[in-house]
Design a protein around this ligand. Sequence first.
Ligand code: 13P
Length: 267
Amino acid sequence: MPRRPVSTPLIVANWKMQLGVAESAERALDLKTRLSGAKGRFQVVVCPSFLSMAGVKKALRGSTMKLGAQDVFWDERGAYTGEVSPVNLREIGAEYVIIGHSERRQLLGETDSMVGRKVISALGHGLTPILCVGETAHERNEGRHELVVARQIISALKTAPPPMGNGRLYIAYEPIWAIGTGEPASPEQALAMHDLIRQTLIELYSLAQVERSFRTLYGGSVTADNVNQYIGPKAYHGALVGTASLQPESFVTVIKHIDQGFTTKHL
Ligand code: 13P
């Protein structure tokens, strides 16, 4: 069996609405200091609140860490009170954007079709989408988790062109019952969903296109101790981290564990 192409793990910090503007910049600077000199094969993305993005971008200057947003609107400009344009995100230096996080779907009524329009918007403006999918505890208990996640992927991507050239699209599997609960998915549950995601993508695109342009992340109560259970050559390509990304010390431990695990698995 040919091995899957090796990709650098992506480690995304989702800071949600947890930090102040100055605090976000301070933590980004702290992260930069702690990671300076690290020669790891990993890519870190920090997604602060919109208002904190400029300060975080400045703090990350001189590091390899990238800036991401937590949402994007589907249109560039217009009468959309309170929304954030993909053009503005690019202007401020964002390269990644989280789309369809379950908190937005559940608390703000974001639908599959809105998520789909946002994915198209991000791709069209050179932002790498991190499309979040995941089922509720109820859906899993009823045995509908695979159907739900496949539907979320298909409806978000059915009208989206595949990423162009070296562009990538990340699918982040975040079971809602694992977010912020300290109860992550078991490796078996997570890997079964990884395979489902991959199969769903292959049905939408070609195998070659999936290998080239699509990557997966696991999210939901990720810690340094459990993260390597999810990442590997036949598993997820990285992690989407909430709580454990808020303190630079714990986030750096997660990153270093991934780096050590990646090196062991690929050498
Ligand atoms: P936790 O890591 O706090 O479970 O949050 C996960 C998440 O929602 C990241 O997007």
